[in-house]
Design a binder for this molecule. Structure first.
Ligand code: CA
Length: 230
């Protein structure tokens, strides 16, 4: 059974989400508070995707996300944000969320996002490929989905890993933001292309020597990005 954590303090929204997840073939593990969500994740290590509401009575959803990411880079995280939280969206993504859904959302939109993230986090796809992509100082291990820079492990989220793999498979090629969005988030993704920029900004902080003056992921103005390592 594909398990999804649903953290939402408002009972009516939570049950709306849970009903729709069940309909889409997921098992929902419910939590009302941030602490309860962290507890449920400890009890259910097979949860592959977590839906986190931002406004909660105890710790907020971003803090929950930070605490999850402190120990788990693999789980997919979707933030549930309100329309007024424009800036919060970006902050949420910077702390390690993979995606966000703005309230009010349709059940179809929400399950499409979860499906896409679930596929990316390797929930069901068998890992058939094996091997390494070596482009000094980087080494991408496609079997255990890890990245090393100069022999040091760089902790990546699944989305960041997918972007790195796309880049390393296309050295020197300018990739449009739409191309990156399609390849990493999937063609059925509903969201905005801005999510690509947010993730790349975060990736640069992790892999570049000088994130403000990137040498590996260079910007192709008005178009997208290019992997400059060979
Ligand atoms: Ca709430």
């Amino acid at each position: 059974m594909k398990k999804v954590l649903v953290l939402e303090d408002e009972a009516n929204i939570r049950s709306f989400v849970v009903i729709n997840l069940k309909r889409a073939g997921y098992e929902a593990v419910e939590a009302e508070t941030g602490e309860e969500a962290l507890e449920q994740l400890r009890k259910n290590p097979d949860i592959k995707v977590a839906l986190l509401d931002v406004m909660l009575p105890d710790i907020d959803g971003f803090e929950v996300c930070r605490r999850i990411r402190a120990t788990d880079t693999k789980i997919g995280v979707i933030m549930l944000t309100a329309r007024t939280q424009e800036m919060d969206k970006v902050t949420g993504l910077m702390t390690g969320a993979d995606d966000y859904v703005t309230k009010p959302f349709s059940p179809a939109e929400l399950t499409a996002r979860i499906d896409a993230l679930y596929r990316r986090t390797g929930g069901e796809a068998p890992q058939t490929e094996s091997g390494e992509i070596r482009q000094p100082p980087f080494l991408l291990n496609t079997r255990n989905r890890t990245l090393e820079k100069s022999g040091q492990r760089v902790k990546l989220t699944q989305v960041e890993y997918s972007i790195m793999k796309l880049f390393m498979n296309n050295p020197g090629k300018a990739l449009s933001r739409e191309e990156i969005l399609d390849a990493v988030w999937g063609r059925d993704y509903f969201g905005e292309v801005k999510i690509v920029d947010v993730n790349i900004r975060r990736l640069r902080i992790k892999i570049e020597d000088e994130p403000q003056n990137p040498a590996y992921i260079t910007t192709v103005w008005g178009y997208g990005y290019k992997w400059g390592c060979s």
